[in-house]
Ligand binder design. Sequence first.
Ligand code: BJW
Ligand code: ZN
Length: 250
Amino acid sequence: MHEEEIKSVVDALLKARHVAVLTGSGISAESGIPTFRGADGLWKKFRAEELATPEAFRKRPQLVWEWYAYRRQIISSAGPNPGHFALAEMQRWFPQFTLITQNVDGLHQAAGSEGVLELHGNIFIDRCASCGREESVMGRPIQMSGPPKCSCGGLIRPGVVWFGESLPAGVLEKAMAAARSAEVFFSIGTSALVYPAAALPEMAGESGAMVVEINPETTPLSGRVDVSLRASAASVLPKIVEKYKTVTSA
Ligand code: BJW
Ligand code: ZN
């Protein structure tokens, strides 16, 4: 399955000096973490777009806190899958490799990827909505009811990026520079609906990169990519790694 596409991707990787990858929630689906807009994309009848906003947190802080506490629980008991591990291995092959993720679950880092650009923050950071003080809560017991209060009196929120908010300073700039200089750009497990992340594959294509999409479904990007691998990330990324290793050790 997909042998021709995998061969053309591996041929391009063999010549590449800079490879960039954009991932979305689909890469963590096979770790048991629900995506945002799929069949599991509803939580207590709310859509992600209705919960992931500063307005929702202002109006219903308890509901939004509970959604994130629920997701922290799921993520805490999940681990990286073969798709995450394949990308961590690929990182070692190229002089430059940029892994850009929209995910807040930290699973790329858990798989061994380094220098990951987290466009939408990290779910295991607590941030005060008033004074901005941040603290990592990774590995700590998950506080299910909340939101708790900061010593300044402000409400604590997760350190993620909501609709209408700016991305973390400097991270988008690094991601855009990578998209412009990469020779091969992968868009993996994302619906390509949320900007500015969705502009990165287009930017890479305009700058001459081979753009490869890995997604079992079509997206608004699908018609504009060079190679479309209509498959799950955890099934096809290890195949790319194996093929590359077979060719380079031959
Ligand atoms: C598999 C699979 C398997 C399943 N293997 N694949 C330009 C144009 C239009 C609008 C805008 C624009 N610029 C900015 C905007 C506004 C807005 C936006 O994009 N709106 C659109 C929805 C129209 N963007 C913003 O507000 C951003 N901020 C910003 O631009 O600041 C400047 C600014 C401010 C004010 C005004 C204007 C500009 C911020 C966006 C923040 C997004 N935040 C969230 C929540 C993060 C925290 C949390 O985790 O809760 O990020 S929303 C949610 O969507 C989350 C995700 O990272 C993001 C993307 O979702 P993703 O990962 O693609 O998931 P899905 O579910 O959509 O897709 C999964 C895919 O996987 C599917 O395709 C499946 O088929 C596939 N899949 N299994 C591979 N096994
Ligand atoms: Zn505070």
